[in-house]
Design a protein around this ligand. Structure first.
Ligand SMILES: Nc1ncnc2c1ncn2[C@@H]1O[C@H](COP(=O)(O)OP(=O)(O)O)[C@@H](O)[C@H]1O
Ligand SMILES: [Mg+2]
Length: 359
């Protein structure tokens, strides 16, 4: 693919009246990277992608391609490929004509169009479908046509806005794998928008979490999952319990905090002041149901309020002095399903939880 580029956003903002759809967003996308913008509905993902594409004019800040400001360029001069939600193919045009469209707009010579369309369709394994109409294709095939159309003019990078959200669950999972391997194969920079956290975790090199137009945290999926900076990130990326407490003592490798009468140990590089309020995020799968004699260092007693069997695991909701805690345990470890109303002890190691900002 032609000319891989570095894209940087420098304090990019977009206001609609008093509302801030984008608020001082700065980030750099590396060449060939798969970067995902993840956030709830209305967090500014589409506005960010449309600003990069040139369809939305920012109110402030800069968009830089290889260090050159591109805000003044119209979309077609930026040469970015786009794939949207619901594919938006022309229904009355054949697959080949749909894919040829961006080349025709650019005034590409006819002979070259034929060759490039064939290449693009071969790339998405739809060479045999060139003369079909979109409605004669499955959802996944239509999505691949949209992809071929976005790639046919050798774009500098590819912008994808929830491209799989119209597909059913199974097809969506297949397409995620396909898109990811496709990304590896062509090595083009992808900026991918989704509100689906599993999709973001499984596909991306790095994930940017957006909320109310602001970039909250940016990092590789495992880093965001294991070290969320804020309560919002911990909750949005996976499930989490939260323990609010007060620091009571500093230890050699962390601190002790008091929460609902009990004292818990926390491993931590930073030592908050004694007496300060802290909030801990504790993932359901980092806790276990423990026997009295095999206790980890932190334990809390509770009553099972809800229980569901998920095949590979049990999911429990347990009422404790620290509130209702969610716990996920591997099903193979427990012969009989736990009974609602029974009393159990939950345990976790001091390094299983992590301190987060309250946001
Ligand atoms: N053309 C517009 N006019 C006014 N407000 C808009 C416009 N486009 C988006 N917004 C607002 O900007 C915010 C971000 O929207 P959007 O970027 O579409 O979010 P997302 O794609 O994350 O769901 C929302 O509050 C939305 O209502
Ligand atoms: Mg959107």
């Amino acid at each position: 693919m032609a000319g891989l580029q570095d894209l940087s956003l420098d304090r990019l903002s977009k206001r609609y009246g008093p509302a801030r759809a984008l608020d001082d967003v700065s980030l750099t996308v590396a060449r060939g990277e798969f970067l995902t913008l993840l956030g709830p509905s209305g967090s500014g993902k589409t506005t960010l992608l449309m600003s990069i594409a040139g369809f939305v004019a920012p109110s402030g800040g800069h968009i830089l391609l290889n260090g050159q400001s591109i805000e003044h360029l119209p979309p077609e001069k930026r040469n970015f490929g786009m794939v949207f939600q619901g594919y938006a193919l022309f229904p009355h045009l054949t697959v080949a004509k749909n894919v040829a469209f961006p080349l025709e707009v650019r005034g590409t010579p006819r002979a070259e169009i034929g060759r490039k369309v064939k290449e693009a369709l071969d790339l998405v394994q739809l060479g045999a479908f060139a003369e079909r109409l979109p409605r004669q294709l499955s959802g996944g095939q239509q999505q691949r046509v949209a992809l071929a159309r976005a790639l046919v003019f050798a774009p500098h990078l590819l912008l994808l806005d929830e491209p799989l959200s119209a597909l059913d669950r199974k097809l969506r999972a297949d397409m995620q794998i396909e898109l990811k391997s496709f990304h590896r194969q062509i090595g083009l920079t992808f900026i991918y928008v989704t509100h689906d956290q599993e999709e973001a975790l499984s596909m991306s090199d790095r994930v940017a979490i957006l909320r109310e137009g602001r970039l909250l945290q940016l990092g590789p999926p495992a880093e965001l999952y294991e070290r969320p900076a804020t309560r919002f990130v911990a909750e949005f990326l996976g499930k989490s319990n939260f323990l609010a407490g007060t620091v009571e003592q500093r230890t050699a490798d962390g601190f002790l905090f008091r929460c609902s009468g009990a004292l818990f140990e926390q491993t931590s590089a930073e030592r908050p002041e004694i007496g300060s309020d802290v909030l801990m995020a504790l993932r359901p799968e980092r806790m276990s149901v423990v026997e009295a004699e095999t206790r980890p260092r932190n334990t809390i007693a509770g009553t099972i309020a809800e229980f569901s069997y998920l095949g590979t695991s049990f999911h429990l909701l347990v009422d404790t002095a620290a509130g209702r805690l969610a716990v996920t345990v591997p099903a193979w470890r427990h012969g009989a399903p736990p009974a609602i109303g029974s009393t159990i002890t939950l345990g976790w190691d001091p390094d299983a939880s992590i301190r987060v900002e309250k946001d």
